[in-house]
Design a protein around this ligand. Structure first.
Ligand SMILES: C[S@@+](CC[C@H](N)C(=O)[O-])C[C@H]1O[C@@H](n2cnc3c(N)ncnc32)[C@H](O)[C@@H]1O
Length: 372
């Protein structure tokens, strides 16, 4: 018999199936992804737009949509379309909407056109059919099992001008270089299993999404991205026009032997800053998650691809590693930008050259080893 639990996530209360986290759960819910959902809320609230049409085509328990309804700023949502092809998921979404005292039309609306006044609309379709039969959205959430590939085409077709596409990928092994041939097949790029593998993987995923979009003269630019736990995550803003697409395609190239990948921005620094500062005020976000968002806000200011892994550089150049704080001070004093990166421990994102960094480390090692 399936066991259920009542849990609180953000401001939502949801009844979820408990058991081993896998596709086999009758309705999928992963508590580890609560940060993923929190960041969607914070990102949407960091933008000034109002009256947006939101699609949650792979909704499972509906927790994300419910959090949108309870936590997004007033007037943010004009309509929210919740879909899942599983009948059990639809039953669970209805139950969870009721639990949160959210009014909705009880019938699952599977007609092509829904003229009802209710701002929440429920669908029980294949996500691609749901998207293609729609009139388009300002925010589309693609949160699948594994690769987002099967849903990219329909989601991008239905993404409005200035709309946001939010994509999660949990197939990080191919993207970060464990299965290079799978990555070649699915993402049309060669990954590398090296110190920057997670950033490389995220950039490979971004390029793939951009290539799909370019077919429809849509230019997708990342405004917030990260890699953590078992997944990669990216929010992209959509502009239209051939010239804009050409500009995007010119920013594809090689980094640290991974090729080709997106070499442009991973973040809009203003959005990253707003996300981190709004998170600080929320009691339900852990200290660790606040720290994580703050690291991203700091590194977002440095427009550099990749980062320096200090143990690797020190080992290769036979240098002694020094305290991170001390090193950061020295890099700043030498006139460079520097920040920690959320992608890896003991690593720094900086516009300093490798030669200059080695020089600083070398001088510091000499000082540390000086006999008094
Ligand atoms: C990873 S879960 C989504 C989790 C959810 N977004 C959340 O934040 O908790 C993926 C969901 O997609 C649904 N799904 C998978 N393939 C689908 C398809 N082709 N069309 C519609 N739903 C699909 C599954 O039933 C499952 O509920």
């Amino acid at each position: 018999m399936q066991n259920f639990d009542l849990i609180n996530e953000g401001k939502a209360k949801v009844k979820v199936a408990i058991g081993k986290i896998s596709k086999e759960l009758p309705v999928f819910y992963n508590p580890v992804m609560s940060l993923n959902r929190t960041i969607s809320v914070l990102l949407l609230n960091s933008m000034s737009n109002t009256n947006i049409q939101i699609a949650d085509p792979l909704a499972a328990s509906g927790v994300r949509s419910i959090r949108f309804l309870k936590e997004l700023n007033k007037n943010k949502i004009s309509s929210l379309y919740i879909n899942d092809y599983s009948k059990d998921a639809i039953t669970s979404i209805k139950e969870n909407l009721k639990l949160n005292k959210i009014k909705f039309n009880k019938s699952t609306n599977n007609n092509k056109k829904d003229n009802s006044k209710n701002k929440i609309k429920l669908y029980n379709k294949d996500a691609n059919i749901f998207l293609l039969e729609s009139f388009g959205f300002d925010y589309i959430e693609i949160d699948p099992f594994g690769t987002p590939n099967p849903f990219l085409d329909a989601a991008i077709k239905r993404l409005a001008r200035d709309g946001i596409l939010a994509v999660t990928a949990t197939d990080t092994a191919p993207l970060s270089g464990t299965f290079p041939s799978t990555c070649m097949r699915k993402y049309w790029a060669l990954p590398q299993r090296n110190e920057t593998m997670h950033e490389n993987g995220l950039r490979i995923l971004i390029r793939k999404i951009q290539l799909v979009a370019s077919q429809y003269d849509k230019a997708l630019t990342p405004i917030y991205s990260y890699s953590t736990e078992h997944y990669m995550r990216i929010f992209l803003r959509c502009e239209k026009g051939k010239k804009k697409v050409d500009k995007i395609l010119k920013q594809h190239g090689n980094y640290n032997n991974a090729d080709p990948l997106w070499l442009g921005q991973l973040w809009d620094p203003a959005i990253a800053q707003k996300i981190a500062s709004s998170a600080k005020k929320l009691s339900y976000i852990s200290v660790q998650d606040k720290k994580f968002l703050n690291i991203i806000a700091q590194e977002s200011k440095i427009h550099i691809v990749g980062f320096y892994n200090l143990p690797k550089i020190c080992k290769k150049n036979k240098l002694t590693i020094i305290k991170q704080d001390e090193l950061i001070k020295k890099i700043k004093a030498a006139g460079y930008q520097v920040a920690l990166t959320h992608f890896a421990n003991n690593s720094l994102r900086s516009d300093i050259t490798k030669e200059e960094l080695i020089k600083i480390l070398n001088n510091a090692s000499l000082v540390h080893h000086k006999i008094p």
